[in-house]
Design a binder for this molecule. Structure first.
Ligand SMILES: [Zn+2]
Ligand SMILES: [Zn+2]
Length: 98
């Protein structure tokens, strides 16, 4: 199992570089070239999951499957929520829903 990169640590500071949304923590292996809100394009599974969670939280998950356009729309929305820290905003949303 790989370890989080320094960039991963910055993205998931509360969890030492891991995305803990799933049963087993996933190390973030992003690099400085990644966008602020990486959706896993670099091969980072942690951020890929993060993006999937965003889609779930915003009701986009079902739309993601069929078309490329839907995926692009979701990516766009994901990248343009720039006011808050990437991981925190999604966690907050989840907690509010409980
Ligand atoms: Zn990452
Ligand atoms: Zn990345």
């Amino acid at each position: 199992m790989s370890k989080p990169t320094a960039e991963g640590l910055k993205r998931y500071p509360e969890t030492a570089g891991y995305n803990v949304d799933l049963a087993s923590p996933i190390p973030c292996v992003c690099n400085p070239a990644c966008g602020l809100r990486c959706a896993g394009e670099c091969g980072c599974e942690a951020c890929s999951v993060q993006f999937t969670k965003f889609c779930e939280a915003s009701g986009r998950l079902s739309a993601l499957v069929p078309t490329l356009e839907a995926e692009e729309e979701a990516l766009n929305a994901y990248r343009h929520v720039v006011d808050a820290e990437p991981p925190a905003i999604i966690r907050r949303g989840r907690f509010d829903g409980r």
